[in-house]
Design a binder for this molecule. Structure first.
Ligand code: C6P
Length: 415
């Protein structure tokens, strides 16, 4: 292996614990949530220990320091994705971010909104979080929902893109990297097709932002969402990025303190974005923790992380290819592919695979991965999924391969 990031594993306290019968933890479920380095845990707890106060409210020292830390976190998140601070809204998760955009676009008072006769385009490989909010928007407004399908090897099918993304299309909402296939989508081609018909592009960057460098300007998208907890950061913090002039056109979704310009007994006007989308006391310590996660990722280098995970992916794909009775669900080659590898074991239900692996301390995810339409199309109940982050190493993959052999022998399926 050319690049070795294994020295960083010691930064993650969770790997000191033992699981199931004294086994070391082999954590291969980072697409669900990543583990946290000490720097993040400390940043969050230091916030509570030293400056805890409600941001943007009090006149006292702690309120000032907490507000500064919160806004510095916003700037850090903005620079992480090549954006301006005024374009970064803190939410609780990517799911909430995507719901906010879809809900606001359905409000007739928003100065960009979806109407009956308009079309929303998604892909057939979306996570439910980037599908159901658009289904609901279509239902509320009378718009229609169309989708780009995927090919047998889990890549997006662009053969009919000009038919699917057409003059009726107003929104194209796609994932950057599939949480099932690991496929990285060609966002440039999709954006180009959207731009050609004047549609807005929403990018679900949940599985990309934590693993390789992203820049919203280079991607040429209009809105983007990701979660802190998959990015080595805390739970309870998500990011909604939108071009400032577009955020200004959208009506808020949640109303209350700190998001207003002025209020009377009969009405209210809104503060500018991002504040109008952050009603109530926000998740402050979590924002600060996310900022520490970004510093940590940067100190290692997103390009290095991407290259390292690429090598781990190659190693696992080769290992799985050498086994009988295993089918990888997703691209077999490494082109435009991230470290999320789904597979099935002939004759064994994914939940049983997961349960046996767990006995050896190997944590994988099994099931439909919140992508039911994808599973339905493939006519499978689910997959077993291994997903990486920078703390994984070749030894983890060897253990997984050994574990799968044990699954096969336990269930007496193909040798
Ligand atoms: N996928 C997985 O195991 P939240 O839950 O809001 O942090 O993220 C939602 C989400 C949105 N888009 C994609 C592509 C995702 O993968 C996820 C979360 C996890 O695959 C949990 S289901």
């Amino acid at each position: 292996m050319n690049l070795d990031l294994s020295e960083y594993k010691k930064d993650f306290p969770i790997f000191q614990r033992k699981v199931r019968g004294g086994n070391s933890l082999v954590y291969l479920d980072s697409a669900a949530t990543s583990q946290k380095p000490t720097a993040v845990i400390e940043a969050e707890s230091n916030f509570y220990r030293t400056i805890n106060a409600a941001v943007h409210r009090g006149a006292h020292l702690l309120a000032e320091e907490a507000s500064d830390a919160f806004e510095m976190s916003r700037s850090n998140v903005a620079s992480f994705i090549g954006a301006d601070s005024s374009e970064v809204v803190f939410t609780k998760s990517a799911t909430e971010s995507l719901n906010i955009i879809a809900y606001s676009l359905g409000n007739p008072d928003s100065r960009i909104n979806i109407k009956s006769g308009d079309q929303i385009v998604v892909t057939e490989m979306e996570h439910h979080a980037n599908l159901i909010p658009w289904q609901q928007l279509a239902k509320r407004t009378g718009a229609s929902l169309s989708w780009l399908s995927f090919t047998e090897d889990g890549r997006i099918d662009l053969s009919n893109i000009k038919d699917v993304i057409n003059s009726k299309t107003k929104i194209v909402a796609v994932t950057h990297q599939s949480n099932v296939f690991g496929t990285i989508l060609p966002i440039d081609e999709i954006s180009k097709a959207a731009r050609a018909v004047g549609a807005l592009v929403v990018l679900d960057a949940c599985q990309s932002a934590p693993h390789f460098p992203i820049n919203v300007k280079e991607l040429d998208v209009d809105f983007l969402a990701f979660s802190g907890h998959k990015t080595l950061g805390p739970t309870g913090i998500g990011v909604l990025w939108g071009k400032h002039q577009l955020l200004e056109k959208l009506e808020p979704v949640v109303f209350g303190g700190s998001m207003v310009d002025s209020v009377t007994m009969t009405g209210a006007t809104w503060a500018s974005a991002p504040r109008k989308f952050e009603a109530g006391v926000p998740n402050m310590a979590q924002a600060v923790g996310l900022s520490a996660a970004i510093d940590y990722l940067r100190s290692i280098g997103l390009n290095n992380i991407a290259e390292y995970e690429h090598e781990l992916t190659k190693y696992l794909l080769e290992g799985l290819a050498s086994m009988s009775g295993i089918k990888v669900i997703g691209p077999l080659d490494l082109k435009d592919r991230g470290g999320v590898i789904s597979f099935t074991v002939d004759g064994v239900h994914p939940h049983d695979v997961g349960q046996v692996l767990d006995q050896y301390g190997i944590a994988v995810r099994t099931g439909h991965h919140c992508a039911w339409p994808l599973m339905r199309k493939l006519k499978i109940a689910g997959t077993t999924r291994a997903s990486f982050h920078l703390y994984n190493n070749r030894e983890d993959i060897k253990q997984l391969i050994d574990g799968i052999e044990k699954v096969k022998s336990y269930f007496k399926v193909a040798k």
